[in-house]
Design a protein around this ligand. Structure first.
Ligand code: 0PR
Length: 356
């Protein structure tokens, strides 16, 4: 065997239906490789990657309806959600709580843990969206942050962001929208989710998910500069004198890759991708329903269906990477690498699994 043959190969995406990551756009891959050694955490030493980051943040502002965005490209959605909670905690007084729907990503549990704030989870409605009354019931005078999710991890649902903004405003709390996965498809839908649609203070939107950037490239955005000021610590021995990010050394590959993906794809490439992915999700949902499974309608390109464990095991043995929701439903994320042909072949594998 030659050395090249011995080297481990990266994951082949041909049968991956479970991931919220995807193959990066070729321009993003190329840019990432070029900037592997640059550290956007030290902008004075690495001015070019720092400029690329400003461009990436400006482009993210266009995606989320924010003219003058303040933010950065970090390690992912977890970091951005932690930072949103941290900013809200530090801008409030005393012991505070955060109110989020039960559908919120588990990164909020990490945030509450490391930041020592109380996380109050509110029930979701029959369609897996945040129930506004339930959120309002959990909110009190110590609530620093209300969270809405625009594209939930398990069912791809979009919470009623303007109504959650009203609940937050009534309580004197901030509003954070987690659009980590949904942020690059929602601009092409009629949902109200963005800074332009409601009084949103901060947002998570990840280029390394639907944005087709290489990992790691997460996005944290704020409406006001005060948010980043609240997060900043002094960095006396660096040439730049303050740092609002959670990470210190950060990925130049992530920053350059995110900026290149946005340049190549916003808006037409992302719109085409959304249309393809959504059509694929609707195709899969219809085919599964025809085969007699209970299907949760795909609001965004994510399909959930009640498929027996035995069949899931069989398709897994056949090499398919599929995941399930906490309730046990099959969950297929129609990412850019998921084609109609792949879904047709997955459906065949499922039929075979069902007939044995
Ligand atoms: N917010 C939402 C709505 C998410 O779906 C996720 C991750 C996060 C925040 C956290 O983002 P990071 O993982 O970037 O910190 N959602 C997926 C999940 O946890 C991430 C994922 C990606 C899972 C690729 C599997 C995978 O192969 O399920």
């Amino acid at each position: 065997m030659t050395r090249a043959e011995q080297r481990p190969a990266p994951q082949d995406f041909d049968r991956v239906l479970s991931s919220m990551c995807t193959e990066p756009h070729p321009a993003a891959r190329e840019a990432a490789v070029e900037f592997l050694a640059d550290n956007p955490g030290d902008p004075a030493t690495y001015p070019t990657v720092a400029e690329l980051e400003r461009e990436a943040v400006a482009a993210l502002g266009d995606v989320v309806g924010l003219e003058d965005p303040h933010g950065y490209v970090g390690s992912g959605g977890t970091e951005a959600n932690v930072q949103a909670v941290r900013a809200a905690r530090d801008l409030a007084d005393g012991d505070v709580n955060v109110v989020a729907p039960e559908s919120a990503h588990f990164s909020f549990r990490k945030a509450a843990d490391v930041l020592d704030v109380e996380l109050r989870l509110a029930a979701t409605d029959d369609d897996h969206r945040a129930d506004v009354d339930a959120v309002a019931d959990r909110v009190d005078g110590d609530t620093a942050l209300v969270v809405g999710v625009a594209g939930t991890t398990e069912y791809g649902r979009v919470d009623p962001v303007p109504a959650l903004a009203d609940v937050a405003a009534d309580a004197g709390a901030r509003l954070h929208v987690d659009a980590a996965w949904g942020g690059f498809v929602l601009p092409f839908t009629d949902h109200d989710w963005s800074f332009a649609d409601a009084d949103v203070d901060t947002m998570t939107i990840d280029p390394h998910k639907m944005g087709q950037a290489p990992v790691p490239a997460g996005g944290f955005l704020a409406r006001d500069p005060e948010t980043l000021d609240a997060l900043a610590v002094d960095t006396p021995y660096l040439e730049s004198d303050a740092q609002p990010t959670l990470g210190g050394t950060r990925s130049g590959a992530g920053v350059a890759g995110a900026r290149a993906a946005l340049e190549a794809l916003w808006p037409d490439g992302y719109r085409d991708q959304y249309e393809r992915s959504q059509a694929n999700a609707e195709f899969l949902a219809a085919e599964l329903r025809d085969r007699g499974y209970d299907v949760v309608d795909p609001v965004l390109p994510l399909v959930a269906a009640d498929v027996p464990d035995r069949e899931l095991e069989a398709v897994r043995e056949d090499g398919w990477r599929v995941s399930t929701t906490a309730g046990g439903d099959l969950r297929v994320v129609c990412m850019p690498h998921v084609t109609r042909e792949m879904l047709a072949s997955f459906l065949e594998a499922l039929s075979e699994a069902g007939s044995v």
